[in-house]
Ligand binder design. Structure first.
Ligand code: FMN
Length: 369
């Protein structure tokens, strides 16, 4: 049904326009109490066996919405209504910015992939903080806040920009993510080098602790799939050294591997980050490597090409406590989260593991036994 609708309507529209149209419908539906209750009952049923705890937070399940979909925190209820157990808003930057010129989002439908060079278009940390402070949630949801560098701020002054966002947003965040891995802000990914990342994460940690004294806000870092293996190890070691709460693996890739079905070569050549099915193998590989390095000392979040329950299950076995999706939601539609949860519960119930937590990293542990 959704696939037919996608082919007849969304596929003919500019991808960014289609995004905002769907987004509007979701937000409108979530504003009508009877409708949102009904939709949530159908799309977000709770599976007791999927209850998850990550960095001290209790969640209904492990599956959440990846950053970039709700950049300005306008649809947290709407996305919860559709079945996402945690919503990562952002990336939010210190200052508001328009992002890159349009067109900047491309669909590679046969490959079930997207290329984007949005460039952190967002309303900025002050406006988003104000919105989060005024929010009256209709559903209980875990809200992650993903922060990044304002484009005009030079790389050497990046920490100040992240600190500004942290001071404004940490109080509203169930967890905070330092994004140093989007390919569309010049120089951003250089911040993944440990000599730049150490002072940055330290400054953000201190700012979060200074701003929020009633609890310790969990702090995570989100990394790119394009890091060399030894750099993945270096980030993992740094995360342990700094007592970070989590690592999110991965953001989009600048590589173009795994694309074989899209016939329009100009689409494949578009500049930006590739997401969706072609990212699956590398994201899984990075996750596995991270788990082999950090084990249970740090919570890992798997993202990149998760299309269904089997993909999510593979990430859990590879070491992910939480999993996230974005691109597959565009192709699978409103039943994406529901199908994923249902399948994941079935997968767990037929597995040798009593709980999801028991399954985390089981494949990697076996390989190293
Ligand atoms: C259009 C678009 C915009 C994105 N914007 C952000 C962003 O602002 N911050 C971020 O950390 N990740 C962003 N991402 C990356 C996703 O959060 C995710 O890491 C990536 O798409 C891989 O997951 P997927 O294959 O399920 O889409 C964006 C992805 C897409 C497709």
């Amino acid at each position: 049904m959704y696939k037919l609708f996608f082919n007849l309507v969304f596929k003919r529209m500019d991808p960014e326009k289609a995004h905002y149209l769907a987004f509007r419908w979701i937000r409108l539906a979530a504003r009508v109490p009877v409708l949102r209750t009904f939709v949530a009952a159908v799309l977000a049923p709770r599976h007791k066996e999927l209850r998850t705890e990550a960095f001290g937070l209790r969640m209904h399940g492990p599956f959440g919405l990846a950053a970039g979909f709700d950049k300005n925190a306008v649809a947290i209820d709407g996305m919860t209504m559709l079945g996402f157990d945690h919503i990562e808003i952002g990336t939010v930057t210190g200052e508001p910015q328009p992002g890159n010129p349009k067109k900047r989002l491309f669909r590679l439908v046969p490959d079930r992939a997207l290329i984007n060079r949005m460039g952190f278009n967002n309303e900025g940390s002050a406006a988003v903080a104000e919105r989060l402070a005024a929010r009256k949630p209709a559903f209980r949801a875990t809200v992650g806040v993903n922060i990044g560098k304002t484009k005009v701020v030079p790389e050497e002054e990046a920490a100040g920009d992240y600190v500004k966002s942290t001071e404004r947003l940490a109080a509203h965040a169930d967890y905070l993510v330092v994004n140093v891995s989007s390919p569309n802000t010049p120089g951003l990914r250089n911040l993944q080098a440990t000599e730049a990342l150490r002072p940055l994460l330290t400054a953000v940690r201190e700012a979060a602790d200074r701003t929020v004294t009633s609890r310790r806000v969990p702090l995570l870092v989100k990394i790119a799939p394009d890091l060399a293996d030894e750099d993945v190890d270096a980030v993992a070691d740094l995360a342990v050294e700094l007592g970070l709460d989590g690592i999110i693996a991965t953001n989009t890739t600048i590589a173009r591997d795994g694309l074989g079905l899209t016939s329009d070569p100009s689409l494949v050549k578009e500049t930006g980050g590739l997401s969706g099915a072609p990212l699956k193998a590398r994201s899984l590989e990075v996750l596995r490597r991270l788990y082999a390095r950090v084990g249970d000392r740090i919570t890992l979040v798997g993202v990149g090409g998760i299309e269904n329950a089997e993909d999510a299950w593979q990430r859990i076995l590879a070491g992910a406590t939480l999993v996230q999706g974005y691109s597959a939601f565009i192709y699978e539609g409103p039943f994406y989260a529901r199908a994923l949860h249902k399948g994941l519960a079935a997968r767990l119930n037929t597995s040798p593991y009593a709980t999801l937590a028991d399954a985390v990293g089981a494949d990697v542990k076996k390989a190293h036994a």
